[in-house]
Design a binder for this molecule. Sequence first.
Ligand code: AMP
Length: 223
Amino acid sequence: MRLVLLGPPGAGKGTLAGLLKNNLKLPHISTGDILREEMKNGTPLGREVKQIIDAGKLVSDDIVTRLVENRFLTDTKLKQGYLLDGFPRTLKQAEDLDDILKRANCPMDCAAYLETTVPMIIRRLTGRRVCRGCGFVCHIVNRPPKKTGVCDVCGGVLYQRADDNEATIKTRMEEYLKSTNPIVSFYESKGVLKKLDGDAESEELYEILIREFNEEGRKQYQH
Ligand code: AMP
């Protein structure tokens, strides 16, 4: 399964990616995760992007595209399958991704677009908690951890992302509508867009996607 996950912040891309990654052992490439890791480690790149990310703005196309390009051109396992999450976010990134996937010989099967309503986005993002250890995503109301503040998967500490507050969410939504939304038509015109109901539970979306990919393909990714 070679999948690009599209949709506004809070559409459930990360949660769906988590299910696909854990069950099918698919490599998950999240530009947001990569950038947060750089920030956590205090690298020059992390320091460069911190203010932009904390403000809910988009990091430059050059920076994120280079990260994705490096990964695709060096990791040959991606030919068998991948989940691309949070990239592309601008039309320029989408065009560059086409070129990268061609050069890496990793064409996408489809771009899964999670359509979501604004109240759902706000509810999801303000209640979202992420594990510092393994990156597991939960929600204080919808998917509460068994023990407050502790990750169910690895026992790590749960934290709230600095950009998951109402003011920054507003900026992220504006960025999404201006820069990312046009990508939906871009993939629709290429005939690779698959629309999904982003307000539905991630487990339901997972089942839909699995049904779409045949059993043979599924077995291939399970070991
Ligand atoms: P995410 O975890 O996907 O919500 O991304 C968190 C933040 O990282 C975004 O709000 C952006 O500031 C930055 N970011 C992640 N991916 C991209 C991208 N493809 N283009 C530009 N900025 C990005």
